[in-house]
Each structure stands twice: as C-alpha cells, then as structure tokens.
Design a protein around this ligand. Structure first.
Ligand code: ADP
Ligand code: ZN
Length: 756
C-alpha cells in the first residue's frame, strides 16, 4: 500500500505524513524511506544529514528528498537531524546523483566524497567575540560612568579603554581583556547595562581585503583581444557553452582567464578556477590573488577549523573566486558563472578512488545545471576535447603566438642509438646536450633538465642468472636510491637494503641498470663542477612549501641547473632559462596504454614551453631511442594539429576514445586463484551480453593487470569498449549484483579510465 498516510500533530490538526528519502555511504544505489516525526518536519531540508535506524544500528545518512508517498508500507522514524543547514545544495544533489549513476557507485558514497571531511566532522568553528562601544556619549557622560561609585576598578578600565578608541572601532574581546584585566562575565555585565555591545562572529578566514588596490590588468595583445571579444559575446548569451582555448605556452591564456573573471564578477556572478595541482602552480595562483580580492585557495593541507571556515565563507557568498585542484569542482559556490580548467588535458583531473570522476566532465555538467560558461585551456588539448571542438560542440579559440616578440624554442631531436654507436656506449647526456649546456651556462643562463623517473637506478638485476630484484609485495622492480642507500618500491613504499650479491644465485654479478633523477644529478655534478643543481622530485620535495621555496631560489639565480620529474613540466615561467634537455622521451612512450603517444606529445610540448620565455630565446634537446615516432617529431615541430590528426587516425579503427567509450573493471584479492576466477566469471557474463549486442559492445580480457600484484593483492582486469556510453552503462548494470565482494575479491569499476 503506497497511498499517503495521515498523522496527528500535537495541536490536533491532521497533517499529511512526510517521508524522507535517505541514502547512506554504501556502495549500493538505493533510496531508503523514513517517516519524519512532527518535531523534525520544520527543520529537515534535503541535503542535510540525518540519524536513521538501519538494521539494528543507528547510522548517519543524507536526506536527498522528501515525499508523501513511501516506498514501503512500514517505515521507521528518523531519529534526528545532524545539520542546521544543508551540506549539499540542490545542484550538488543533482551532480552527485549523476555521479552515482555514471560511475557506478552509491548516491550516498558520492555525496560523502564531495563534502570535505572537516565539514562532515563539523570542525569547531573558530568564533571570535568583538566588542564595540554602545552608543555615542558626551565627555561628561563618559566621566560619570567612569567615576560612578558602584563601578569596579576593572570595569572602569575596560570602559576607559573603549572610550579612548576611535568611534565605532571594534576590538576582539580577548585583546580587550588582556589589556585591561577584565573578564568575560564583566563584559557581559557591561553589555546588560547597554554600555558596550558584544558580537560573536566567525574568525575571518578568507584571504579577504589584502589592503592596497588589486594589480591592474595588462593591455591585451591583438590576438588576445580577438579571443576576449569572442569570450565576452559568449558570456552574454543565456546558454554560454564551452570554450576550448587552445593557446601555445606563453600565448597569454592566464591573462585571458583573469580578464574574463573580472568581466564575470562585474555581472555579480562567481568563478571557479581549477588547476591540475596546487603546489605546482604557485606562479599563476599568485597572479589571481594579486588581481582579485575575495579569493579562496583550496589547499589539501588546510587545517581543520580554517578549512571549515573557508568552506562556509564560500557557501555563504563571501568568496568571489575559488581556486583549487580537482575536488574544488564541488566547492559550494553559489551562482557560478564561469568554470575554468587550466591544462584541461592533465590526468590529475581524474579521481583515482570511487567515484572515479573526471573534473572536466563534472565541470561541463555543473555548468549546464548552473548556466555557466566553461573555458578549457591548454597548449595540448586532450583528444576528447579536440574532437568535440571539431564536431562543433565546443567553440575553439586559438592563440598561436607567444606574447610580444617571443618565439617558440627550436627543438632538436637526438637519436640515442646513433649516440651509442658514436661513443661506443650509452651516456645519459648526449654530445649535443652537453655542448648547449656549456654554452648556456657560460653565458650565465639557466638550464632545465627533465626526466620522468626518480631514484638512482630503476632496475637491479643479476648478469649471471638474469634475476631481477622485485618487491615481494608488488610485481614491480625495485628502484635504488643512493643517498638513502635503500631499494624502494614505488608502489607500496616498501624498502630494503640493496643486495651486494644476487639473492638468487649468490653470484657477485649484481648490476644496477638504468637511471633516475638522482643518478643524473650525480652525472651532471661531475660534468659541470662549480654550478649549483636543484633537483625537484617527490623524494627531494617532501615537505609542504618546499616547492615554492625551491622555485623562488631558482628564479633568483641561486641555482643554474634545475633537474626534475613531471613536477617541473608545467607552468614555470623563468625568462633566464634558455635550454631545456629532455633526458629520455621514451619513459612514457613505452607504457602499455593507448594514450602513451598523447602523453609523450603533451609532456615534450609542456617541457619545451619552459624555455624561450625571455628575450634571449630558447632551445630544446630531446633525447630518444625512437626519434622518428610521430609523437616526438610533431612535438619537435610544435605541430599540434598534425599530431592530433595522426593520433585520431590511429584511434578511429580501434574505437578508442574519443570515438568509443571504455570502462575497466579491476579485480583485486589476496588469492591469485580467486581473483582470476572472479574475473573470468564476470567476463563470461559480460561476453554473453556483448554477444547479443551485435558487436556494439566489446569485452577485452580478462587478463592480469599491467602491474599484476600491488601490496600483496593480485590484480586482474577487463575492459568494456563500445561506441557509446549507454551500452557500457547497461552492461555494468546487468552485472552490478555480481560485482559485490566475494571470496575476498573486490571489483573496482572505472568508467572512462585514464591509466591502464
Ligand atoms: P600562458 O598561460 O598561455 O602560458 P601567460 O598568460 O602566462 O601565458 O603569459 C605569458 C607571459 O606573458 C606572462 O609573463 C604574462 O605576464 C605575459 N603577458 C600575458 N599577456 C600579456 C599582455 N597582454 N601584455 C604583456 N604581457 C603579457
Ligand atoms: Zn611494493
């Protein structure tokens, strides 16, 4: 019986009974209905957390809706409400519902994931009490108050202090008490006498008014101006759409973002600015903060109370611009008119835990719900965005020139095979690179060297028996770290003492092969004595804030050579850097991933963009054993279009994105047999579905994942590939029940996977 019920209220009126739709933080996409007791009716709004009986426990859930028609005949009562206001507003409820359906997780899980933990915990807000003088008084009145017989000495002191302040200034109660020796109860007594006023307020958390006028905008270049005109036109339309801003490095994209934000703020709306990683983009964040007043930067390391206060500031409209990484796409900003994704192609926009969302897709979804404009900015658009623009779904704006008279650097590819022949052996620094380094350094210019691999050597093996030293918990070779004198697993962080002889055959033929940034540092230090080398990778930059400090020192010329991993590929703007050396372009190219070519192109283009940013010009040397691979040659020619066409040609017949869609299921368990078995069972079911699909759905696998074991858990995976997402979605729904953990094997669903 699903008809609505009636309920008696204490006042005797009869009201229609109300039911709350509640979701829990569980991997189950199901709504539960609870009756709302009369005393909670007025207080409950969707988006609030509630206490509800579940089985024989009471747990916390999210109310996502209210209804008068229950799904079951017998409903239990809600036991309480945990929030005074909804943590998730209407848009956030819509977005999380979409997340749960698209990425195959529970709605409750999705809401749980988008509300910051401090907000869920309800960190104690830092409340300050401010004191102001009650009302304007004449000198005589003041004197009467101070001299009054009943006035305690300390009370008089408090009042005297306040009288001596300028009219209408406020002072923190804490400071006032410290200065006068007064107590809180004394202040309250004076308040009752109407001699002063107390106001409780949250301590100001936003980087509010910094004082001083914001930095002025730059006069736009001709190309920027044309782009800006187009952006402004779009901004004036009711449905503003998506702009793909394809601008080479140094073409002035950031300046355009800033002026667009300014335009939007004039309309009284607010902006979200997403960056791939906060710690790596300090230079652009600085520029945003200089330009605008109420900017909130969402760092992941924010302290509890501060983070909570900031979240409330955003929610309550005290912030105009939110800057942050991927999860900031869920910032509770109201009236968002613009969402900017800088470096939209970056894989850091993809979340690695459930829900495995891509902030780029959420940005577009949120913009549709809120009638906002999206700007996807990049020098190397993702093939997905490029293809959407080709189809006319996005407006493409191209910035093809660097600002001023600056030119893109000349890129030279060095064939390392040739190098090995010439020099009879492998040297990590080619003759060409060494030559140009000498030149640049002797002219007191700076050099950036890039290698996407940390540690000293990535590979330890026995020359006699072929044994490779691997992590015993993960199926992956251990990396030697010389300074720490350890071998380290880059997956589970297990460490061990480096072996002196082969652990397998005991022979003394142990060989440390390959090279990481630590080894390059040693090689360079020997070749270029007297120059200071700054190494930046996740080993050398552990503590928070160390990036900023290191980069500042490099900018001030304390170091001549900057050596690092992808950490240094983006955003850096140092005019004195005239040479970039890519030690190996092959580290990415050989990954078992259909995006390997795209990644290589992006990385070389990004790194190349770090030079030629000053009047002295720039040069790039790319070392590779695959010098004729199109990813490398097109990157060297600064030819994105050429690359994109070639890459699309390769993907089209194989139905890889952007032509088709994919999902990946990873099976993970301690027993190899059970893991493989579960993968086979699910694959079997999916293949049946595929058979009926008339070749519209393909199932690849099951097979061992590229890294077969991580942290003692075996991993198998399979891929679903189809022309459109709906097929994949339907197939996943069909097997949803069987995906639950069994025999210690978990199944993780990754829709639109990024890393294979
Ligand atoms: P991108 O984000 O495309 O790499 P930026 O916006 O960082 O480019 O611009 C590159 C450099 O040019 C920066 O140092 C910036 O201050 C400068 N710049 C950008 N636009 C202008 C302009 N209109 N006039 C003068 N300098 C500019
Ligand atoms: Zn390991």
């Amino acid at each position: 019986d699903k008809s609505s019920k009636l309920q008696d209220t204490p006042t005797g009126q009869t009201l229609q009974q109300l039911f709350a739709e509640v979701v829990f933080n569980i991997p189950l996409n199901k709504l539960f209905h609870y009756s709302v007791p009369p005393d909670l009716r007025e207080l409950l709004t969707p988006g609030m957390r509630v206490k509800a009986p579940f089985g024989n426990k009471v747990i916390t859930g999210f109310c996502v809706g209210l209804t008068t028609i229950p799904s079951v005949y017998k409903t239990k009562d809600l036991m309480g409400i945990l929030d005074a206001f909804p943590l998730a507003d209407e848009t956030m409820l819509r977005i999380t519902k979409w997340l749960s359906s698209y990425y195959c997780c529970g709605w409750g899980e999705a809401i749980h994931a988008v509300i910051p933990p401090v907000v869920r915990r309800g960190a104690k807000e830092k409340i300050d009490i401010f004191v102001t003088c009650g009302k304007p008084l004449t000198a005589f009145e003041k004197e009467t108050i101070l001299q009054s017989k009943k006035r305690a000495i300390k009370q008089a002191k408090v009042m005297e202090f306040l009288f001596n302040q300028a009219q209408n200034t406020e002072i923190r109660a804490k400071e006032l008490m410290k200065a006068t020796g007064g107590t809180m109860s004394m202040l309250r007594q004076l308040e009752r006498e109407n001699l002063l006023q107390l106001e409780e307020r949250q301590a100001d958390a936003v980087n509010a008014q910094k004082g001083g006028a914001p930095v002025q905008h730059l006069a736009l270049s001709e190309e920027q101006q044309a782009a800006f005109t187009l952006i402004k036109e779009k901004l004036a339309e009711p449905s503003q759409g998506i702009i793909l801003l394809h601008g080479i490095t140094g073409s002035g994209k950031t300046e355009l973002y800033l002026q667009t934000i300014a335009k939007l703020l004039e309309q009284g709306r607010k902006a979200l600015f997403l960056v791939p990683e906060i710690s790596l983009t300090s230079q652009s964040i600085q520029r945003i903060k200089e330009r605008f007043n109420n900017v909130a930067v969402l760092h992941s390391h924010l302290q509890g109370a501060f983070h909570h206060a900031q979240w409330k500031d955003i929610k309550e409209g005290r912030v105009d611009v939110v800057v942050g990484a991927r999860s900031s796409i869920f910032a509770p900003l109201k009236d968002v008119g613009l969402i900017i994704l800088d470096e939209e192609h970056e894989n850091t926009y993809k979340q690695e835990n459930s829900p495995r969302y891509n902030a780029r897709d959420i940005a577009i979804l949120r913009a549709t719900y809120e009638n906002a404009m999206v700007i996807l900015g990049t020098a190397t658009p993702s093939l997905e965005s490029y293809y959407e623009a080709e189809k006319g779904n996005y407006t493409k704006i191209v910035l093809s020139k660097r600002i001023g008279t600056l030119q893109l650097p000349q890129v030279e590819i060095v064939d390392m095979l040739e190098e090995v022949r010439k020099k009879r052996g492998y040297h990590v620094v080619s003759q060409r690179l060494e030559y140009y380094m000498k030149q640049a350094l002797s002219r007191r210019e700076q050099v950036i060297l890039f290698l996407n691999r940390r540690g000293f050597t990535p590979y330890i093996h026995c020359k006699r028996c072929g044994f490779v030293l691997k992590c015993h918990r993960c199926d992956i070779p251990l990396t030697f770290h010389k300074k720490l004198n350890i071998v380290l697993c880059h997956y589970c962080h297990a460490e061990a003492i480096p072996p002196e002889s082969c652990p397998d055959c005991m022979a003394n033929y142990i060989n440390y092969r390959g090279f990481g940034t630590e080894k390059i540092e040693e090689v360079i230090a020997k070749k270029f004595p007297g120059y200071n080398i700054l190494r930046m990778d996740s080993d050398s930059m552990r503590s928070h804030g160390s990036h900023e400090k290191a980069l500042k020192a490099f900018g001030e010329g304390e170091f001549q050579i900057l050596l690092g991993t992808q950490m240094i590929a983006k955003g850096l703007d140092f005019p004195n850097v005239t040479l970039v050396g890519v030690i190996s372009a092959d580290t990415m190219l050989n990954l078992p991933d259909f995006r390997a070519g795209e990644r290589t192109f992006q990385l070389i283009s990004q790194v190349a963009g770090r030079t030629g940013r000053g009047q002295k010009g720039g040069r790039v040397i790319v070392q590779s054993f695959n010098p004729r691979h199109y990813s490398i040659t097109y990157a060297a020619a600064h030819d994105y279009e050429g690359f994109a066409k070639k890459e699309l040609e390769y993907r089209r017949p194989l139905n890889y994105p952007p032509f088709g869609r994919m999902a990946r299921i990873i099976f993970r368990g301690a027993s190899e047999k059970n893991t493989e078995e579960k993968a086979s069972v699910i694959a079997g079911k999916l293949k049946e579905i595929a058979k009926e699909s008339n070749n519209q759905l393909q199932i690849l696998g099951p097979s061992p994942a590229p890294v077969m074991k991580i942290n003692n858990l075996f991993r198998w995976h399979l891929l679903l590939k189809a022309k459109d997402h709906q097929r994949i979605h339907d197939a996943l729904l069909c097997v949803a029940d069987t995906l639950k953990p069994t025999k210690g094997v978990q199944s993780l669903v990754d829709v639109d996977p990024y890393m294979m």
